[in-house]
Design a protein. Sequence first.
Lengths: 412, 299
Amino acid sequence: MSGLVTRRTVLAGGAAGLLAAPWVARAQANTLRIGMQSILSGPIALLGTSSRNSLLIEQDRINAAGGFLGRPIEFVFRDSKGQPQEAARITRELVNSTGCELLIDAEASSGSFAVQEVVRDLGTIACIHTNSETSSLTADPKIRAPTAFRVARQGVHDAVAGSIYLADYASAKKLNKWATCSPDYAYGRDTTAQYLQFFKQFKPDVEVITDAWPKLGQPDFTEVITKLIQAKPQALFTLLYAGDLSAFVNQGNVYALFSQMMVATPNVDYPVLAAIKNLPPGIQSATRYLETFPDTPANKEWGQAYLKRWNERPTNWSWQNSVAMHFYEEAIRKTNSLDAKALAAALAGMKINSPFGADGTITMRDDHTTVGYAIGWGQTTPKEPFIIDVKPADWGKIIELETEWKKQQKYI
Amino acid sequence: MNLDALGACLATSACVVTQTTSGLIVGMLLFLVAAGVTLIFGVLKIVNFAHGTFYMLGGYVAYTALGATDSYTLAVLSGAFAMALFGVLFERLLISRVYGSNVLMQLLVCYAAVLIFDDVVKIVWGPEFHAMGMPPAFQVPPLFIAGGVVPPFYAVLIGIAALIAIVLGLGLSMTRLGKTVRAAAINPQMVSALGVNTTALFAIVFAIGGGLAGLAGALAAPVRSLSPGMGFSILIESFIVTVIGGMGSIAGALVAALVIGLVRGFGTIGFPQFTDGMIYIVMIVILLLRPQGLFGRRA
């Protein structure tokens, strides 16, 4: 074959390439790039990879429907490894060097606060945070940024819903002595404090007799587990997640931790459940994403489509990223623009139909955060559907207590 | 700081047994990694910043081997032997080219290897975490000794690591190879002048070091999440162990690893917010009193 390649064919090919180049460049320039940054490696990589998987499904769907403003969309994915300084650098790079015109910030809270400040500083780009659950990101008016929004469950919402459920459960089982074990950064500290505040409000006789704050991505939880066992609590509340939660459960099994205390966590996702080889039954758990909650055909269809595409089940982060694109899609349709301020004006107060809404809708509130998504609590079982006896949360109560909390924090 | 809780713990046998076991398992796994770091430094005067990669790859190889053979024993042996072989290749193809170079060049080579193999792991096994799961033989309730909790799996791990420490100690002091390694650590030029094949010797040292780190990664795989970059966290602590124990001293590495493990075990009760800080304070105090480390020789 190589003998057929003559100088003439090479020259002809080169000339054709030169002629074609402007068309290629024009096609690329027409593509609307959307920057997405997250943790895509390490024990917490599930956060980023399950977000990315969901966004790629959205990319295909949106492009099949004609793209945004007639332009095909293309995601540019970047791994911050959860480092705030790297997260900030990547945001600037995505906007200034890579030419991204919209942002999806799928960082954990460790990175999202850094991204928020860059978005505020740039002032000309819309950003949707899809994974940070730390309430102050949008609840605190000093931290909230004019063109940044959050499509994610929020610590204070989960705290109210979880506390009501756990207070009922603890009262029925007479569990007064509790321990906590959460990752040692903004999300773990803030959200644990919120849970405890509401939990004590609903069950005043509860006492936290010990706490543990392992680092994010810590490989060994042995000393944490033995400390918890020594304290002899009746129940443990933990905000560990992804690989950390899996390692904690596996190491806890070695010490028969789950037979010595009741364990409650809002952070159980399908892939984590699947990765834990010996999932103890009876862990009180929130439904971050569950195909059977809400038990609707649309929710099941979305979960099955994700499973078919990626050969694994989606996470809570998956649906949040999917919904973020639905909000962008609707805002761009309404404004016919990518202008950050116009999009911000359209997003604030927007309500969309969604398979992940408690009543089939999700609302982007004026304070730049979503409400109305499905929250429920149940208990784990080692086999599918992994969480059973799910009780839905009362959004009326969540909003009422969230407002009280905001007043206490002097946010409103 | 919660000295009352620490005092109460030390006064009860249950707490002492549980926290000591916790400290021993952390310490012994750390020793297996640190032993390789200190052995390689002792003989080759190379600070192997890529040693955590051996630990990581050992865990991943064991994970794959378990899937293929359904045998935890074979999985652990696969992890250890694969990393011994990898150690030889690593020394021959990379490290041997920077002998005598300045530390910065050695650091760059090792750091490049860390980044490359982290990415290799992402490509081969994926970026998400994996969990091996507990072997069925160890899915048993923990033992209760003097009221304290002792998991059978951890007891076996501590036993294996202790056996390795004894074999390593005896091997270095009583076998011809061990004596040659020790001699090379003191005067490599003289060893070479006496006709010893130092090229092979250096490769063997890397094989032992890599094999031990791979063994630690494989042994810990049932309880620790496997993820790209997981070697970094254990690398930092292995360097602390190496420095506290004395650069190049296996016995020092053992004692220092146990000290770190016990500081973690009891520190989490007495200094829950400052356990990591306590480790560095212990290191500073020891180095102030003995700058060469617990078992190190003065330069």
